[in-house]
Ligand binder design. Structure first.
Ligand code: IMP
Ligand code: MG
Length: 178
């Protein structure tokens, strides 16, 4: 077990909360009609939950759905294959969908979900909390990005390494033992 105290904070709770209020205000300004938030599980659950409450405070009344996707990884490196473990239940045709993910790296997971929902007739707005620049394997440019993330493997605020650290209320990097 890695001691959570050995996780170096990159984005603290206050920074995350402040940015989420800004993102919600951005979404509200777009005046989306009949908005459906689709959170990609598992990594985005905490971000999506906080974003939903911020959207409420910003005067938006979205519905919510989940899509559980898995990009098969070996350790911390993506293999490029995306599988649907659970699909959305609602008909998305003609609706504005705010697609929410935790972190955009190769972009394969996000591009896969965006293309799928667009093919079903949704008008997709894309929002990811973190973006690692210079790592893109497919062409996707999110409409809304929370923070630029350094090219490090990050954990916390829903994000894991080997299923651990999702519970941390901040985003951090595991310090390597000397
Ligand atoms: P992509 O398909 O390569 O863009 O990978 C995106 C998915 O990989 C994200 O939704 C995360 O679940 C996971 N991921 C990518 N980078 C990290 C990281 O630094 N920490 C934790 N998960 C990550
Ligand atoms: Mg994920």
């Amino acid at each position: 077990m890695i001691d959570p105290r050995r996780v170096r904070v990159l984005f603290d709770e206050t920074q995350i909360a402040t940015r989420i209020e800004e993102i919600a205000a951005d979404v509200a300004r777009r005046e989306p009609k009949d908005l459906l938030v689709v959170a990609i599980l598992k990594g985005s659950f905490m971000f999506a939950a906080d974003l939903m409450r911020a959207l409420h405070r910003a005067g938006v009344s979205p519905q919510m759905e989940f899509m559980h996707l898995s990009s098969y990884r070996e350790g911390t490196v993506s293999s490029g294959q995306v599988a649907i473990l659970r699909d959305v239940e609602s008909d998305v045709r003609g609706r504005v969908v705010l697609l929410v993910d935790d972190i955009l790296e190769s972009g394969r997971t996000f591009a896969f979900a965006k293309d799928l929902l667009a093919a079903r007739g949704a008008d997709v707005l894309t929002c990811c909390l973190l973006e690692k620049p210079g790592k893109r394997a497919v062409h996707i440019h999110p409409d809304i990005v929370g923070f630029e993330c350094p090219d490090l493997f990050v954990v916390g605020y829903g994000m894991d390494v080997a299923h651990s650290f999702r519970e941390l209320p901040f985003i951090g990097v595991i310090e390597q033992a000397a």
